[in-house]
Design a protein around this ligand. Structure first.
Ligand SMILES: Nc1nc2c(ncn2[C@@H]2O[C@H](COP(=O)(O)OP(=O)(O)O)[C@@H](O)[C@H]2O)c(=O)[nH]1
Ligand SMILES: [Mg+2]
Length: 310
């Protein structure tokens, strides 16, 4: 089957096949992505991030159901950087989102780390483009928001929803540095539990010190009971309008595209080093020299680069 033609016709199997092709780096994946890129750029990407167990999958499920009432075409990408396979916790998500997967207007896909983490960010970016051309109007990317790799994945989103739960306590200090800058909308989920108001106050206080141009709103939700869902959709829409009105939407996409190109160049150069036996040997030799203090690492880098034919 002509995958691109089928993808444009909203064929789920074609979309799934293309994503697998990219994940496995099957021959021809780059060629396919070249064509796909030109047709992409229409979907709105919403990142859903936060600690494990915060209720990200449950919330995504409810948000998506709400958008489905408006007839929107949706895709969900569940990214699990800790899993080398697409199993584990994602399996639970699958079950939880079972009724969604029966909806022809929703495409669900799990992705784990096959290979290095940089690869996961690249695969996610590619999957977003594929699902965009497939016809998804909103693409939700769910990922655990704790480390650098997750931040990389979140950078693919236009609006990022940070899901937290009551009783963060001391953790909040640790989370603070990383999360404040990436959240556009904050959700305190499990607001049926004790301490939701206190957590809200703590987050609001942290936001007082944030230098974001647009102060993120802090919403309460009980995802399991479908509470606070419409309000969160409203906040996502408001953030989208803000981005468009201030031209930040365009600016952000320029920034992330530049980063995408730089990542491709980095990958290309690394391939040149690691896929070339001669250069690999030179790297090993230079490493010894650096360890023995015969050469410094900067000079070693220079020497190595001189031998790479681009
Ligand atoms: N009490 C309560 N539990 C919730 C709420 N939302 C989700 N949960 C439960 O929290 C657990 C983890 O949810 P999940 O969506 O898998 O979290 P994720 O790891 O962030 O994707 C599940 O057992 C959910 O049923 C909520 O608003 N209140
Ligand atoms: Mg989940």
């Amino acid at each position: 089957m002509d995958l691109l033609q089928e993808l444009k016709k909203h064929n789920k199997r074609a979309a799934a096949k293309l994503i697998t092709m990219v994940e496995n780096r099957n021959p021809g994946y780059q060629e396919a992505l070249k064509d796909i890129h030109k047709l992409s750029g229409n979907a709105y990407v919403v990142g859903i991030t936060g600690p494990p167990g915060a209720g990200k999958s449950t919330l995504t499920d409810k948000l998506v159901k709400e958008l489905r009432k408006k007839g929107k075409q949706i895709a969900i990408i569940a990214v699990d950087p800790t899993s080398p396979f697409t199993g584990g916790s994602i399996l639970g998500d699958r079950i939880r989102m079972n009724d969604l997967s029966l909806d022809a207007g929703v495409f669900i896909r799990s992705m784990g780390t096959r290979g290095h983490l940089g690869g996961l960010s690249e695969s996610t970016k590619a999957a977003i483009k594929i699902l965009d051309v497939y016809g998804a109007e909103y693409i939700f990317v769910e990922t655990v928001g704790v480390g650098q790799s997750e931040v990389e994945i979140v950078k693919n989103a236009d609006t990022t929803v940070m899901v937290l739960v009551p009783g963060l306590g001391d953790d909040i200090q640790a989370i603070k540095a990383g999360i404040m800058e990436i959240g556009d909308v904050f959700v305190i989920n499990k607001a049926d539990r004790e301490g939701a108001n206190r957590t809200k106050a703590e987050i609001e206080m942290m936001l007082d010190f944030s230098n974001k141009e647009k102060r993120p709103s802090v919403q309460m939700a009980v995802a399991v009971d479908n509470k606070g869902i419409i309000e969160i959709i409203d906040e996502i829409e408001k953030h989208k309008e803000y981005l468009i009105d201030t031209n930040k939407f365009h600016h952000n996409r320029i920034e992330s595209t530049k980063e995408e190109i730089v990542e491709i160049i980095k990958g290309y150069i690394l391939d040149k080093i690691f896929n070339n036996q001669h250069i690999n040997e030179e790297l090993n030799q230079l490493t010894k020299d650096v360890v023995e203090r015969n050469v410094d690492p900067y000079t070693a880098g220079d020497l190595l680069l001189k031998n790479i034919k681009l």
